[in-house]
Design a binder for this molecule. Structure first.
Ligand SMILES: [Cu+2]
Length: 308
């Protein structure tokens, strides 16, 4: 190929690559962002395992992709038409056929193994979690019941005496106040889900995890161990009706001591309203209102033409 044509082709390729990045909404900082390939930084032990699987799978896919693209382009260039002679016809390369049959099977088996072991780790329930929180989803908000005692999966058999505060404490979100789920860092937290109406889904993007909240008699359960203090948005991820998109909450990962102070303060206040939630948060030096999401105006008659 003449030099001028090479330069033209290289320029075209560069422009196409830049355009792809721009059109995909990628910035230099995105690419630089620890090569997460679109995922947020994980903040639980379980999420870290899932991220490792994601990285390894994506890298494996890229290696295979580059090899396939390389072979395609190499063939296009190496075997392009240069004469009018009919090209040499080949068939039956048994070694190659065995190779490209066995290698994909090995790749699938390896991916399957690591996917299964990671899934087992993420969904594993321990015998004695450090704390248990019941998450109640309803149209269109959340309630969090705190107890340090795992219960047997039945609301009626829950041993309230075993709760750290001596009684059940809970917080419930309202249309005006975002509910906040407070959890201790470094401890195993068991979440037991309940729904009072339709199917919802508990989703915290920074946990890289979501789990459907299904009406009785199914109480889905899962566990996580948070690794990083912080505020993380939570959402309902299952279309559940008119205000589904506004069914948000916030997770606060705090020190274990602060978590226990939070529960004790809630119990002392003897109330489960949003004012008690705010006072208990202030008691542990946390801001009283959510800052990762905000309440929405549910009064549709007040909407202006511009917001419809
Ligand atoms: Cu929903």
């Amino acid at each position: 190929m003449p030099r001028a044509r090479w330069i033209r082709t290289a320029r075209l390729g560069g422009t196409a690559a830049a355009a792809s990045l721009l059109l995909a909404g990628c910035s230099a900082s995105d690419i630089d962002n620890k090569f997460n390939f679109g995922w947020p930084d994980p903040v639980t032990k379980q999420a870290e395992r899932m991220q490792t699987l994601w990285h390894a799978s994506t890298l494996a896919a890229l290696v295979v992709g580059v090899a396939v693209w390389g072979l395609i382009f190499w063939c296009c260039i190496r075997y392009r038409k240069t004469t009018d002679d009919f090209p040499k016809q080949t068939k039956f390369n048994h070694a190659l056929e065995v190779f490209y049959s066995i290698v994909p099977v090995i790749i699938v088996l390896v991916l399957f193994y690591f996917t299964a072991t990671t899934q087992n780790y993420v969904t594993k329930l321990s015998k004695n979690p450090d704390t248990t929180i019941s998450v109640v989803a309803f149209q269109w908000n959340w309630q969090f019941d705190y107890c340090d005692q795992p219960y047997k999966g039945d609301e009626k058999t829950r041993d309230e005496d075993a709760c750290i505060t001596g009684e059940y404490v809970n917080t419930t979100g309202t249309a005006e106040v975002i509910p906040i789920l407070v959890v201790p860092r470094g401890e195993t937290v068991r979440i037991i889900e309940h729904s009072n109406d339709v199917i919802h889904s508990f989703w915290v993007p920074d946990f890289l995890f979501k789990r459907d909240v299904i009406p009785q008699p199914i109480d889905n359960q899962f566990e996580f161990t948070a690794t990083t203090n912080g505020h993380y948005v939570g959402r309902c991820a299952e279309l559940c009706g008119t205000y589904h998109s506004q069914m948000n909450f916030e997770v606060r990962v705090v020190d274990p001591e602060a978590y226990r102070t939070y529960l004790t303060t809630l119990a002392t206040l003897g109330a489960s309203d949003t004012a008690a939630q705010q006072k208990a948060l202030e008691a542990i030096g946390e801001s009283p209102f959510a800052d990762t999401t905000r309440p929405f105006n549910t009064d549709r008659t007040t909407r202006s033409a511009s917001t419809k």
